[in-house]
Design a protein around this ligand. Sequence first.
Ligand code: PEP
Length: 237
Amino acid sequence: MKIIVANWKMNGTVDYINDYFDKFLSNVKIVDSEVIFAVPYVFLEHIKKIVKNQNIKIFAQNCSHEENGAFTGEISASMLSSMGIDGSIVGHCERRKYGENYEIINKKIKILTKHNLRSIICIGEDDKEHKEEILEEQLEKCLYGIENYKNMILAYEPVWSIGKNHNLDLEEIDNSIAIIRGIVEKLKFEELKILYGGSVNKNNVREISAKLNINGVLVGRDSLDPMNFSQIVNFLE
Ligand code: PEP
């Protein structure tokens, strides 16, 4: 079973969403996979109402590490849970850029788990030369003090591969996935599902899935096109 995540980032309008799911749902054939749409907060409820397929889950793209209180503009795990949302991405590199660190990401994972929500935890180096130590530090910090990881998915997203148009260095990425599998095994998280994210598209998904030892993919840009994203899902199915 593959997990295929769409990260829409800050994109979409109500009209776009209606048109998107008309096209996506009539083209996609999901039998065994799980497809997750991580969408802007304001559209969570609307999308939940129009998507009735059991294999499609709706996630937020972030959630607060605090329970509730004076945190203007933040959204809590209990709010997401009360709306029937399935989980959230945490620690995306576009958020780490603005100061979110792995101590905070660890709190986010714990608070999501406490509210029975799932988390997609993003890790990934920005500096290839120090890849191994960076990945080890990120994983140790974000998994610290966590015992039950059944609601957690890891997404390896090397910062240098996100939002690019050139060919992916699959040798390098394959090596990183092997390093990550070694670290999670050492930390006793050996069953943790691992996705790859960074410039996945309908043209390279075949090569990626053939080369990498992964449980699925996380797609940014190409998930915004319903025809392209349905092709990716149908291929991995
Ligand atoms: C992302 O930002 O998580 C991502 C994978 O983006 P893209 O597919 O556009 O590189």
